[in-house]
Design a protein around this ligand. Sequence first.
Ligand SMILES: Cc1ncc(C[n+]2csc(CCOP(=O)(O)OP(=O)(O)O)c2C)c(N)n1
Ligand SMILES: [Mg+2]
Length: 581
Amino acid sequence: MAEAATKTREAQATEAERELTDGFHLIIDALKLNGLTTIYGVPGIPITDFGRMAQASGIRVLSFRHEQNAGYAASIAGFLTKKPGVCLTVSAPGFLNGLTALAHATTNCFPMILISGSSEREIVDLQQGDYEEMDQLAIAKPLCKAAFRVLHAADIGIGVARAIRAAVSGRPGGVYLDLPAKLFGQVMDAEAGQKSLVKVIDAAPAQIPAPDAVQRALEVLKSAKRPLIILGKGAAYAQADDAIRTLVEKSGIPFLPMSMAKGLLPDTHPQCAGAARSTVLQQSDVVMLIGARLNWLLSHGKGKAWGPPHSKKFVQIDIEPKEMDSNVEIAAPVVGDIGSSVSALLQAMGEKWPAAPADWVNTVNAKKEENIAKMAPRLMNNNSPMDYHGALGVLRTIIKERPDAILINEGANTLDLARGIIDMYKPRKRLDVGTWGVMGIGMGYAVGAAVETGKPVLAVEGDSAFGFSGMEIETVCRYQLPVCVVIFNNDGIYRGTDVNPAGSDPATTVFVKGARYDKLIEAFGGVGVNATSPDELKRAVNAAMDSGKPTLINAVIDPAAGSESGRIGNLNPQSVLSKKK
Ligand SMILES: Cc1ncc(C[n+]2csc(CCOP(=O)(O)OP(=O)(O)O)c2C)c(N)n1
Ligand SMILES: [Mg+2]
């Protein structure tokens, strides 16, 4: 009798359990329902079990050594897939570590959701000193596109849906989702829980440009004697590659790709004006911006780089109406998503669109050929220690032979010179420091790009730049990702030759001389190589790309080869006093 009663009670208990769900499971279900199946993060209170359960449920959960790198991985996942990349952090310090990446995603218009556990609201709001106490929602708000907090399990579905929609619709950006510790364990009826989930329909609705805006743009373009098209990373993000290529080719207009738009059309395309950048910026009379902003990277559309004042008319295609006239007058604003706008322009161009003015095209081509010829011999040197050109000449050939590989690039000289020298052949293959020129994206991007695309990754890193995320080399080894890191080791920031005039500590821009970064990866079972000549570098990178094994190559660069701040030394403020001396 007693035995039978126990059995019934057990059966009843399982029955009751089966009918309940909780915050942990609802968050997992909400993410999966919306196709968010990869999480980048760092575990700890209150999200450790959540990470475990997510992993057990089939979500790919990648653990990093620092949240900033997990955040950068999520941000680049967003750029590559047009779905929000998800980063998961613990409260206060973990959240703050992830916040830089969230702000970076917003600035760069990458869709990303930072999900952070947080401490008890009652204690946080009374400032009673909870474990990792912080009013995270308030802190995140000014740094992202939208910020939400979910307090009740029944609202998880709506909370996740709002976060997804805010991240990807219109101009994409970072979204913060605050999940207090208590939410995870909150229990509710399983059926009601399932019904509370929301599948986001048409998360990034097409935004069709107005027909008269399209006509206006074409009239301005038609009036041009020296037209130019500038492609920005918004154009790369749009994944409207065929339409963009057709528009550029149909117009016959020279185009200039911004850094992360390189490869949208090959850099070797006859219309690519990358090698004649200063000429086309100065001399063009009509410039059509496609998903490119007139920020500092384009000298705000005015000043010396742009030739005589008021010598241009701008056509701008952007999804964000507020972008128009941000720096200079836009003669023909086209507000819409890039895909819809480019298609509308193409259609309205009709069959009889005139060829681009031949004298202008010839001028651009002549300048281009001159610059390419000037550069060629420098890229073929086999100096040891290497200079930037010798080392980059080798990497340029490797990318030409492996156009599917993803190139990640950060540093100062290492960035600016690689951007100019390494041609890209396919869209969204070049990932770099972006709008802020931020150091630290390297290993996070490498992990994110390898995980999201399954393609081999070549990360070309200044020795300083690498240091910001270097510990993630363990993450690369742990997940056995096909990542080859080449560190341009010139013993420091910009150059390794600075001397402290006071003679005490080392100068502020120099590192340990002759450091062997290749030894780092050996600690985690990866392949380390010290390369002192372009030939050695070439052999090592090809071997790494062939094997797909995590590899770190210490490329020894002449410490005197670089220049202050790479190509943007002009942005450094100058002291009048030190000049007088
Ligand atoms: C987060 C962040 N901190 C600091 C900087 C300033 N900064 C710009 S480039 C750079 C490093 C340049 O040195 P390296 O990566 O070794 O490249 P090199 O010029 O030596 O090739 C630094 C620290 C930055 N851009 N971002
Ligand atoms: Mg350096």
